[in-house]
Design a protein around this ligand. Structure first.
Ligand SMILES: Cc1ncc(COP(=O)(O)O)c(C=O)c1O
Length: 404
């Protein structure tokens, strides 16, 4: 048995030794999951963030029903963004008071479902949406709790555009227009404002940036509650906890973040305001990202104008992220690893789809590779399968397998 766990630990805590059988029995592209990793990642957050912070899993990062169930059992709530996600959350056993609905263009049907099920909160992203939620609630004879999602003038500096940072945004209401929201809220009897929601940066690896953003959001809540005289009960800070995808990226220091947050919420000025307030993080990537690898088989090798190319059976119909974000996922040639093949090569790795977008990376470092080898793309658990394009070319769906 080769001890290969530590070398790749930052990208996956799957015990790669346990994959030997999966590799031997490989029949088609598949995602391999580790529940252990999800538990480990959840525990890192739980044990380092002050207990005032609740964790709501952003289901969009990976809606696999077994993962949802496991995260629910760990004690998290669920952030949802569609009718399908709300239903999946309920099916996984999340109770309505642990489910929130956020999203920039919610349909009537989605709002009605949230109201009928009395979800913990609907996070409102425009004045028109506020009016619709109030009407739907009134028709249902309910009062729906809401948070106002704000587009603030600060962010945590995304390095790749995912949520979008500051500036023009389809998310939330610009802070400059917040007066319109409170004006409209005045005559609304069927919604109850419980606080604010601000999230505009994903994949942040610097704990200081997440801390600074958290402080900014709390400051915004303090300012708005004073200016518009409303009681803040919840502050939703969204997701954004990053994971390294490359050798030159360091893992997020959650211990440092936790310590700084603790000092902040215990400090004068914040402690009294935050009494009775729940602070919520909605991590997606941090919980699900390292929990899966995506396996493909090399069908052919070729060179084109001097570039070595590996052509695989799986492609961006199963894992679009590298093409979408322009960032390769760390990869290993598992067959070469188990056979002890050492020589490294530099490859373009591309899938079977009839578009040159279907490329996992132009310069992927792998052991010397040949047809029949199985390649694992690590960090594939978040925004991997769920954010892909499975209908293109009508290939079969990827299997999803849990091994530990
Ligand atoms: C409202 C909301 N919350 C949480 C998340 C999760 O973000 P991350 O995966 O960066 O933690 C997202 C991601 O898009 C989101 O839109």
């Amino acid at each position: 048995m080769i001890d290969i766990k530590n070398e790749y630990y930052r990208y996956t805590s799957l015990d790669l030794n346990k994959l030997e059988d999966v590799v031997k029995n490989y029949s088609a592209p598949c995602y391999v999951y580790s529940k252990t990793t999800i538990t480990e990642s959840f525990n890192v957050l739980q044990s380092n963030l002050p207990s005032k912070f609740s964790v709501f899993y952003a289901q969009k990062s990976n809606p696999n029903p077994d993962i949802l169930k496991q995260i629910r059992e760990l004690g998290a709530g669920c952030d949802t963004a569609s009718l399908g996600e709300m239903k999946s959350a309920l099916n996984a056993g999340f109770t309505a008071d642990k489910i929130m609905l956020t999203g920039p263009a919610k349909s009537k049907e989605e709002i009605r479902f949230a109201v009928d099920n009395n979800l913990l909160s609907v996070n409102v992203e425009s004045v028109q949406e506020l009016e619709l939620i109030d009407k739907i609630s009134r028709d249902a004879g309910m009062v729906q709790d809401i948070l106002i999602r704000i587009n603030p003038p600060y962010d945590s500096s995304e390095t790749t555009r995912i949520i979008g940072g500051t500036g023009v945004s389809k998310f939330g209401i610009d802070i400059e227009q917040i007066g319109d929201f409170f004006f409209s809220l005045k005559n609304k009897k069927n919604v109850s404002l419980k606080g604010i929601h601000i999230f505009n940066s994903s994949q942040i690896l610097d704990g200081n940036k997440i801390f600074a953003n958290t402080k900014n959001v709390i400051d915004t809540a303090i300012e708005l509650s004073g200016k518009y005289s409303f009681d803040v009960k919840k502050i939703d800070l969204g997701g954004g906890f990053g994971i390294p995808y490359a050798a030159d990226e360091s893992p997020l220091d959650v211990v440092l973040l936790g310590n700084k947050l603790n000092d902040l919420i215990e400090s004068k000025g914040y402690k009294s305001f935050l009494e009775g307030v729940t602070l919520i993080y909605e991590p997606g990537r941090y919980l699900s990202g390292r929990a899966s690898i995506y396996l493909v088989k090399i069908l052919y090798t070729k060179t084109s104008r001097g570039r070595k190319i590996l052509l695989t059976d799986g492609g961006i119909h199963h894992m679009l992220r590298p093409a979408l974000i322009g960032q390769s996922h760390p990869a290993i040639n598992l067959t070469a690893l188990f056979e002890g093949r050492k020589n490294n090569g530099n490859y373009m790795v591309a899938g079977p789809l009839c578009t040159s977008l279907d490329t996992f990376g132009e310069n992927i470092e792998l052991a010397e590779s040949k047809p029949g080898d199985i390649i694992a793309f690590m960090n594939a658990g978040a925004y991997g399968y769920t954010e892909s394009m499975p209908l293109f070319l009508s290939h079969p769906a990827a299997k999803e397998i849990f091994i530990q």
